[in-house]
Design a binder for this molecule. Structure first.
Ligand code: DAH
Length: 337
């Protein structure tokens, strides 16, 4: 029996030293209820009383030996597993990182904000109006009755006979004057719509910024001074402005306003198409009919208004020759601003 015990110890020892030893299987094989060592101990009864203590002692020793060896291997395996885990999760802090792209404003949003800031600095407040608008506000109240030729140049999308997508931001003038009595000093930026074919300078959706000032004693000189300040801040200190007579139904007198080309200073170049000047907006003194229609007495109050296309300003400022670039969301283009 002594030899049997020694043989078990040697076999268990050999199995436990194998690299992939299945510790639980070995435990069951030797120490389990039906294990080999357990079987030997169960046979102790067949020994003589003299032999029993000595063999018992060896059996216990073998059991302790196997238990300890299993515990030892278990510890090693845990350590190996931890080592493997640490190795697998190791971070090389010297490796170059992945660059994170920083977002930025779209050039249209950027310039719009710049324009707003300039006017806010001159005491204007920013108001918004609906893009889905009544014919009344978009045309009639602006002195453009049905069948007026000005409607042809601003053909838009109709939802019903009386409701349309606004073709200009000018209806916000009327909405403001109906609600608020002078003094009024507002700008209103936003989207406008026209049923135009898409090309390098046209889009069925674009943006305008409207301005309106109404108070006692407002003159064309105020309009000119204010626009000059705007142009100098927007395009540079040496910029000059020029008024050309024009017609808008809702202003009288009306003008188209040009800025001197900031690229060539007025000598003529590609940007200004050799004109020396770039047209940026329409403006004028608010027509008495418009004031009256909003319940403001033109004998007491006067005002000026102006409206400009934001795309036009962006394209001029950044020398962009195709408007479609502003809507295509190509990061190679947008990333430059
Ligand atoms: N609404 C005009 C347009 O879309 C621009 C304009 C001209 C606005 C004169 C004004 C103005 O307020 O006084 O062409």
């Amino acid at each position: 029996m002594r030899e049997k015990l020694e043989e078990i110890r040697a076999r268990a020892s050999a199995q436990l030293s194998e690299i992939n030893a299945d510790l639980e299987a070995i435990r069951i094989k030797y120490l389990g209820k039906k294990g080999e060592l357990t079987a030997v101990l169960r046979n102790m009864g067949s020994l003589s009383p003299e032999e029993r203590p000595a063999i018992g002692a060896i059996a216990n020793e073998v059991r302790t030996y196997i238990e300890n060896a299993i515990a030892e291997r278990m510890k090693e395996k845990k350590k190996d597993a931890l080592g493997e885990k640490l190795e697998a999760e190791r971070i090389d802090v010297t490796m170059p990182g992945t660059a994170v792209d920083v977002g930025r404003r779209h050039p249209l949003a950027k310039v719009r904000k710049e324009m707003e800031d300039i006017f806010i600095g001159m005491g204007f407040s920013v108001v918004e109006g609906p893009e889905v608008e009544y014919d009344y506000y978009n045309f009639q109240a602006l002195n453009i009755p049905e069948n007026h030729p000005a409607r042809d140049t601003q053909d838009t999308f109709y939802i019903t006979d009386k409701i349309l997508l606004r073709s200009q931001t000018s209806p916000v003038q009327v909405r403001t004057m109906e609600k608020q009595k002078p003094p009024i000093r507002i700008i209103s930026p936003g989207r406008v719509y026209r049923s135009d074919e898409v090309d390098a300078t046209h889009s069925p959706l674009f943006h305008q910024l409207e301005g309106l000032v109404v108070d006692k004693g407002i003159t064309m000189g105020d309009l000119k001074g204010m626009l000059e300040t705007f142009a100098k801040t927007m395009f540079g200190e040496s910029t000059r402005i020029r008024f050309r007579p024009h017609h808008f139904p809702f202003t009288e007198p009306s003008a188209e306003v040009d800025v001197s080309c900031f690229s060539c200073g007025g000598k003529g170049c590609r940007l200004c198409k050799n004109e020396g000047w770039i047209e940026i907006l329409g403006a004028g003194m608010v027509h008495p009919n418009v004031l009256r229609g909003c319940g403001i007495d033109p004998e007491v109050y006067s005002g000026f208004a102006f409206g400009m296309g934001i795309e036009r300003i962006v394209m001029t400022k950044y020398n962009i020759d195709d408007m479609r670039l502003l809507y295509e969301n190509d990061m190679r283009f947008l990333g430059q601003f």
